[in-house]
Ligand binder design. Structure first.
Ligand code: ATP
Ligand code: MG
Length: 444
């Protein structure tokens, strides 16, 4: 048997701690996965930014991308690698660039998901361009904001059609606030959306490939406390519905990872924000939930690489639209879409792959999150987010939540009869050096 090494690429921006977790855990896991008469081993490499030939070969078996939705050099490198070399990347920039929040609303409305009533507004101001005057003079209709508001009602939300990071979002209760918000929106193209209120539960459903985790969320809490550590806050059938919903969205758009925000009102879940190219992966937001996400990314990256999963160049929407136009009730349609999603994500094969080849991942991760190395990565992240006098406090805070995760995870692992790893020396690769910016932040 010969060793056939595969490389997992990470295209990163300001991500700091989860890539260290990802690299270290794969380093400790040492996966060896049979491939014909040979076997694959894996290494992780960070993608650098430099000039590239359009014929430059690609050496990654899979790429995790956290950067290209805003950094265009990387976006263009990845797009070239997809069209020229069939690189499997999650998320594929083609599926993100053409599917803004707005398009995702429209498509999911067509599938019957209860997206709140939403109207698109032309921008208040425009970039000056040679043809602008003539176009607007002929075709731009004057409109009454009050009449548009009648279509969605008060309260409502005004937010950018391609939103993200809570930029330019305002809650509006009356016509005066509506006018003020529109004045301030400048050149942004805005949605006006019916508010789902009052809601009794806010959740984010995080998905990586076919893996889903539903987390209770409080948008009013400080940043570090929005993802809640809570259990059993939805019944099994509601959990299933939220899982079916996010998998439907992701497989429809060919997204491998994403997070879907939904609000529950009168027992029904309304999805309000579900086109997140780069779902939050920071320990300072996800804390207790981050080990789940790191493991989910590791499993999906290894599965994609080891099975040589092919990148999908085009979405296939017809089967979804066929279900949408049938006269089945909503819940049945959602199950039918989810069945398509499981086929597309090869869920059965994936689960078998994890059972066969990654059965030690849970124990390796459980062990890793007690290491000095993991603690150092948490501290580094805290040091760039919090002021110096709060670094010790918040490092302890997030580390404490990770240790609480280890406690609940140990109970789970013991309940399923998992065996702890034998004590032994672990040798991690050298820690990724701090960037200049981080050194400045840390006063080094
Ligand atoms: N239709 C709505 N009904 C009720 N609340 C809403 C609605 N739309 C937005 N919100 C509130 O505004 C917040 C920000 O809106 P939204 O999530 O659409 O913007 P975003 O910029 O994508 O945010 P982020 O990137 O932080 O998720 C939501 O988390 C929610 O609290
Ligand atoms: Mg949101």
């Amino acid at each position: 048997m010969a060793e056939v090494p595969l490389t997992i690429g990470l295209s990163l921006g300001a991500d700091l701690e989860w890539p260290i977790f990802f690299e270290d855990i794969i380093g400790r896991l040492q996966p060896r996965i049979p491939f014909g008469d040979d076997y694959h081993t894996f290494r992780v490499e960070r993608v650098t930014i430099e000039p590239f030939s359009l014929r430059q070969p690609v050496r990654y078996a899979v790429l995790l991308d956290r950067l290209t939705h805003w950094y265009h050099t990387s976006r263009e490198w990845i797009k070239k690698a997809v069209v020229h070399d069939d690189l499997y990347v999650f998320n594929n920039p083609f599926t993100i660039q053409s599917m803004e929040k707005h398009t995702s609303y429209a498509a999911m409305m067509r599938l019957g998901l209860p997206v709140p009533r939403t109207v698109l507004l032309p921008p208040k101001e425009y970039e000056t361009q040679p043809d602008l005057e003539v176009t607007l003079a002929q075709y731009a209709r004057l409109f009454e904001l009050d009449a548009v508001a009648d279509q969605v009602g008060f309260p409502c939300y005004m937010k950018p059609f391609d939103g993200g990071a809570w930029r330019g979002v305002s809650r509006i209760e009356n016509v005066d606030q509506l006018r003020a918000a529109y004045e301030q929106s400048g050149k942004s193209i805005m949605h006006l959306q019916e508010a789902v209120e009052p809601y009794d539960l806010f959740v984010r459903a995080l998905a990586v490939g076919p893996q889903v985790n539903v987390i209770r969320y409080d948008p009013a809490a400080p940043m570090h406390d929005r993802y809640k550590v809570d259990f059993n806050f939805v019944e099994a059938d509601q959990w299933q519905l939220l899982s079916d919903m996010v998998l439907t969205i992701n497989s429809f758009f060919n997204w491998d990872f994403n997070s879907c925000e939904s609000l529950r009102k009168d027992g029904a879940f309304y999805p309000i924000d579900f086109a997140n190219a780069c779902p939050d992966s920071q320990v300072t937001s996800l804390h207790f939930h981050l080990p789940w996400l790191v493991k989910a990314k590791i499993r999906w990256a290894l599965f994609v690489a080891a099975t040589h999963r092919r990148v999908r160049h085009h979405p296939d929407w017809e089967p979804y639209f066929a279900i949408a136009s049938s006269d089945r009730p909503y819940r049945e349609k959602l199950s039918a879409y989810a069945a398509l999603a499981h086929r597309s994500f090869e869920t059965d094969r994936f689960l078998e792959f994890c059972d066969t080849h990654l059965s030690h991942l849970d124990e390796v991760t459980w062990d890793y999150f007690s290491s000095d190395r993991a603690l150092e990565a948490v501290r580094r992240k805290v040091a760039v987010i919090f002021p110096p006098h709060e670094v010790d406090l918040y490092t302890e805070h997030f580390w404490g939540l990770l240790q609480f995760w280890r406690k609940t995870e140990r109970d789970r692992l013991d309940a399923i009869g998992s065996h702890r790893l034998p004590a032994g020396e672990v040798v991690d690769a050298p820690l990724h050096p701090l960037s200049q910016a981080e050194r400045v932040e840390e006063n080094l």
